[in-house]
Design a binder for this molecule. Sequence first.
Ligand code: AMP
Ligand code: ZN
Length: 123
Amino acid sequence: MDMNDCLFCKIAADKIPSRKVYEDEIFCAFHDIKPAAPIHMLVIPRRHIATLSDCAPEDAPLLGKMILLIAQLAAQLGIAYRGGNTNDTGFRMVINTGPGGGQEVYHLHAHLLGGKRPWSRMG
Ligand code: AMP
Ligand code: ZN
């Protein structure tokens, strides 16, 4: 895939519009255009990696940071899980990988889903 044709590379570079909720030099996060749940964000690395199966051992820090960023965003969005006597709902993180995983956009991304159920999909 030519990265110039990659939808999420274009979103990362602001070449096409998105509703961003977070950006730094390594990642950006934005609202899914077709939300499956009341809260549905996508977190992507700026660097083009097609799928989770393309990740190598040296990508471990990137992947670790990406998962921690999901937890950080969940906290900001009020859906972190703190346990105990709280009313916290918690959230779901999904990385669809390849046709068998239902991946539609071939730039690595993690879905962050949360909020009141039922959800329309990915629930
Ligand atoms: P996946 O099936 O894991 O590849 O998910 C791709 C996700 O990207 C789907 O949930 C789509 O709704 C979402 N999506 C597709 N195009 C856009 C876009 N332009 N902006 C935001 N989200 C998008
Ligand atoms: Zn890309």
